[in-house]
Design a binder for this molecule. Structure first.
Ligand SMILES: Nc1ncnc2c1ncn2[C@@H]1O[C@H](COP(=O)(O)OP(=O)(O)OP(=O)(O)O)[C@@H](O)[C@H]1O
Ligand SMILES: [Mg+2]
Length: 424
């Protein structure tokens, strides 16, 4: 799908720094790199992203974001009246660390006071969204918010639950779901680098001429906040350095020393690669042809019990024969290359369990999980059928940045299903 909106606005929600950028569809057609980002002023200098810092009043009302939040909090602290305010810094990765995530998840601020995580995230998104809209309305008369297609960046490592949480936070911030795509940060960065003119790509000590010729295998190193970078780099010929730390010559030099046999490419403005790439992604998401599934996804099925193989405790008697519950019936497998838009359909006749407990959609870190209750498995969603012995089709769409689940009932009715992640 290519956005048909007048503007693409991207919000890059970073661990330490966040920002937005946008471009107009008519500009994109002529020059895709004509992307505008805001200049944030604070701490005596100007930057293209603002600190991911947010301040709420003692009444839990949003007060400020970025440098303004930092300055206000410093003033409050100076007068020692800061303790009742809610001040959050670097709160993004909490979504990855939390094993269970729900609408009720709390975040703890600098003074260990709790506030709804959804409120914190949506307030931050809302601030950046309103700022962007305000900027655009200065440039474009008769501009309306619905003219914008939104892109929100998320780390590629995030779980489906964390992505769903961000979508929920965006909705709360006033961004309609059908006007929003989530972009995976390394993908966005690579889209940006691929479009850069060669003289903006620094390859070792010279500029690169054939940085992205077809067949090049590369890995994106996003050096935002220094943490252990793991990965298989053996089969890769090129390393693409992006993120704030990649601005540093010392960092670039140490990566070159660590990987003497690789081509190291650093784009100009590596700290903005994700943000600007997210804008490009919004204009043309179909550039990505396929993605590798991180998990095996499938449904719970009930099938003939195999003596000696299936555990006795899973045995049930139904329709005149013994069956095994909890069998994992996979749609796609972990590590599998999945073309964008892949739709997998499975037909089911609902049984009494499906009506009572719902029909489970599961994920697993294993390539070939046997039962949905195995340790490697987690429940993704639930489908509820009205009555047993109905013929239904469960359809899952893969290969995009988020998975999508739909159920086609016997009656022909279609229902897009919400996932379980945020239900608790
Ligand atoms: N010229 C520079 N030299 C060294 N470090 C820099 C430079 N410019 C920015 N940084 C550092 O880069 C970091 C921010 O990078 P970036 O904006 O890519 O992170 P982020 O997007 O917030 O993080 P992430 O993407 O991991 O969530 C900061 O810690 C900042 O100090
Ligand atoms: Mg980043």
């Amino acid at each position: 799908m290519t956005s048909t909106k007048l503007v693409v606005g991207a919000i890059d929600f970073g661990t330490t720094y966040s920002g937005y950028a946008f471009s107009f569809a008519h500009d994109y057609e002529k020059d895709p790199m004509k992307i505008q980002a805001n200049h944030w002023i604070g701490g005596g200098h100007m930057s293209l992203k603002a600190p991911t810092t947010i301040l709420f009043t003692p009444e839990k009302v949003f007060h400020s974001f970025g440098y303004q939040a930092e300055d206000k909090y410093a003033d409050l602290a100076e007068e020692d009246i800061h303790k009742d305010w809610y001040y959050f810094r670097r709160f993004k990765m909490i979504l990855h660390q939390k094993k269970t995530l729900s609408r009720k998840t709390l975040l703890y601020d600098e003074n260990k006071k709790a506030l709804s995580a959804l409120h914190v995230f949506s307030s931050a998104i809302k601030f950046l969204k309103d700022h962007l809209c305000n900027e655009i309305s200065k440039k474009m008369t008769e501009f309306e918010e619905r003219d914008i297609f939104w892109v929100l960046t998320v780390p590629a490592i995030w779980t489906d639950a964390a992505k769903k949480f961000m979508r929920e936070a965006a909705l709360e911030a006033g961004i309609q779901s059908d006007c929003l795509s989530l972009a995976l940060e390394p993908e966005a960065a690579s889209m940006f680098c691929k479009l850069l003119p060669v003289d903006c790509l620094k390859h070792n000590n010279s500029t690169s001429t054939e940085a992205f010729k077809p067949g090049t295998s590369y890995i994106v190193l996003d050096l935002g906040v220094l943490r252990k970078q793991e990965g298989i780099v053996r089969e890769i010929d090129t390393l693409l350095l992006v993120g704030g730390f990649s601005e540093s010559e010392i960092v670039q030099e140490s990566v070159r020393e660590a990987f003497p046999n690789k081509r190291i490419i650093v784009p100009s403005e590596p700290g903005l690669a994700v943000l600007k790439g997210a804008v490009l992604f919004g204009h043309n998401p179909s550039v990505m042809k396929s993605r590798i599934s991180k998990y095996t996804y499938g449904v719970e099925s009930i099938s003939r019990f195999v003596n000696g193989s299936d555990p006795e405790i899973y045995k049930v008697f139904e329709n005149d024969c013994y069956k095994c519950r909890y069998k994992f019936c996979p749609f796609v497998r972990a590590g599998e290359m999945v073309p964008v838009g892949t739709v997998v359909q499975k037909h089911f006749i609902s049984d009494t369990f499906d009506v009572a407990e719902g029909f489970g959609i599961y994920g697993s870190t294993e390539k070939c999980p046997k039962y949905v209750v195995d340790e490697s498995c987690f429940r993704v969603g639930t489908v509820y059928f009205d009555k047993p012995l109905q013929h239904n089709t469960v359809e899952m769409r893969f290969g995009e940045t988020e998975i999508c689940l739909q159920c086609i009932f016997e009656s022909g009715d279609k229902k897009t299903l919400d996932f379980d992640f945020l239900c608790t």
